[in-house]
Ligand binder design. Structure first.
Ligand code: EPU
Length: 320
C-alpha cells in the first residue's frame, strides 16, 4: 500500500464530488474508507475526531442532531471529511478552518504520518497547503472543536437568502429565531442550497458545485468595477487591499446562465455551476469552462480560477 500511495500515478479520491476528469480514465485510484468519528465533551467544548472517509454531510447531521454548534452551515455539501480541508470548504459565512483543531496526514513522498496544527495547514478562502502541495499530503483524520452552547451571534442568518428561509421555517415550526437549534439551521441551509444547486445525490445533472472561485482582485480594480457595475456583489476579505467579487454575477452578465452546448451546460439556477446533463466529456466541459474564462476576462478584465480539481491527461490551467 505504501508503494501504491507513493506512486505519482495513483489518484486518491474522496467521493469524487469536486473533480473534473479531463480526458482519459485515471490509471490508479485509491479511496480512504475509514469513516468513524468520536467526540470528547469537556464542559461546553466538544472535541471531535472524524476519519477521512466519512461524508461531510453525514458528520454535519450527526453533530447537529446532538445539538452541537459549529458545522450547521456546512449542511448539504457533498464530499468527504478528508477532502474538506483540501479546498477549505465553506458556505454561508463559515469555513471548515473556523473549527479545525488539527489534522493527521499521510506524507506520500516520505511514507510517514504527521500531525498538523491549524496554522500548519495554510488555510485561506478555498485554499490550503494540501491543495498547494498536491498530491503530496493525504488527510487521514480531522480534529474539530464544536460547542454545546450557541455562539454570541446565534442564529447566523445574515447571509443573503438565509434570513428569508429562516423566517419561513420559523413560522412553519412555530419556533422563534432565538430557539432555533443547530439541526434547524442545517435544515434551513439545506433548503437554501436545494433552491440553487443541483441535487448531488441524484444526478443528472452532474456538477462539482461552484466551478470557479469567487475572484479576489485589487481594491482599485474592484472600485473601478463598482463605478461601472454598481449591482456587482463585492465582499471584503481579510486583506484590506483585496476585494472578492461574485463569479456567478460576472458569468451571468456574460450571458452564460442556462446556456447549453450539447450535454455540457451552465445551470439555469446558478451561473457558477457547470452541469453535465448526461454524457458530456470532461474535455467538452473544460472547453466550455475555458470559453467562460475568456468571456469574463474580455468583458470585465477579471481572471477566473477553477475551483474543482482537474485530473487526467490534457490541458491544465496555469492557476488550477
Ligand atoms: N449571483 C448572480 N447570478 C448567479 C448566481 C449568483 O448574480 O447566477 C450573485 C447574486 O447576487 C447572489 C451572489 O452572486 O446573491 C452570491 O451567490 P451565492 O449566495 O449563491 O454564493 P456564491 O458566492 O455564488 C459561494 C460558494 C458556494 C456557497 C455559497 C454560499 C464559492 C466559489 N462558492 O457561492 O459554494 O454555497 O457561496 O455560501 O465560494 C461550492 O463551493 O461548490 C459552493 C456551492
Amino acid at each position: 500500500m505504501r508503494a501504491f500511495l507513493a506512486d505519482p500515478r495513483t489518484e486518491v479520491l474522496g467521493s469524487g464530488s469536486n473533480i473534473l476528469i479531463l480526458n482519459s480514465p485515471l490509471p490508479q485510484v485509491a479511496q480512504i474508507t475509514a469513516a468513524g468519528w468520536q467526540a470528547l465533551i469537556v464542559g461546553e467544548q466538544v472535541y471531535l475526531t472524524a476519519e477521512a472517509g466519512l461524508g461531510l454531510d453525514a458528520l454535519v447531521r450527526e453533530t447537529t442532531a446532538r445539538g452541537w454548534f459549529g458545522l450547521e452551515r456546512l449542511a448539504e455539501i457533498p464530499g468527504t471529511v478528508g477532502a474538506a480541508p483540501m479546498q477549505n470548504v465553506g458556505a454561508y459565512g463559515v469555513q471548515l478552518s473556523d473549527c479545525v483543531t488539527g489534522l493527521t496526514v499521510w506524507d506520500r513522498a516520505r511514507a510517514r504520518m504527521a500531525h498538523w496544527r491549524p496554522e500548519d495547514c495554510g488555510f485561506a478562502y478555498r485554499d490550503s497547503r494540501f491543495k498547494q502541495e498536491e498530491p503530496r499530503w493525504l488527510v487521514l483524520s480531522v480534529g474539530l472543536r464544536l460547542s454545546t452552547r450557541p455562539p454570541a451571534d446565534w442564529p447566523p442568518l445574515s447571509y443573503p437568502g438565509v434570513h428569508a428561509a429562516a423566517e419561513a421555517y420559523s413560522a412553519a415550526h412555530d419556533r422563534p429565531f432565538a430557539e432555533l437549534t443547530p439541526a434547524d439551521l442545517a435544515e434551513i441551509i439545506t433548503r437554501v442550497r436545494r433552491q440553487k444547486l443541483p441535487d448531488w445525490r441524484n444526478p443528472p445533472p452532474g456538477s462539482a458545485g461552484s466551478f470557479f472561485q469567487n475572484p479576489v482582485v485589487p481594491a482599485a480594480q474592484a472600485s473601478a468595477l463598482r463605478d461601472r457595475y454598481p449591482q456587482l456583489p463585492q465582499y471584503a476579505t481579510d486583506q484590506p487591499a483585496r476585494v472578492k467579487l461574485s463569479a456567478g454575477w460576472l458569468i451571468e452578465h456574460c450571458g452564460w446562465r442556462g446556456r447549453r452546448e450539447g450535454d455540457a451546460g451552465i445551470s439555469a439556477e446558478h451561473a457558477l455551476v457547470l452541469v453535465n446533463h448526461g454524457h458530456a466529456s470532461g474535455a467538452a466541459l473544460w472547453s466550455m469552462a475555458q470559453h467562460i474564462q475568456r468571456d469574463v476576462l474580455a468583458h470585465f478584465g477579471v481572471p477566473l480560477i477553477p475551483e474543482p480539481r482537474l485530473l487526467g491527461a490534457g490541458e491544465r490551467p496555469a492557476s488550477g
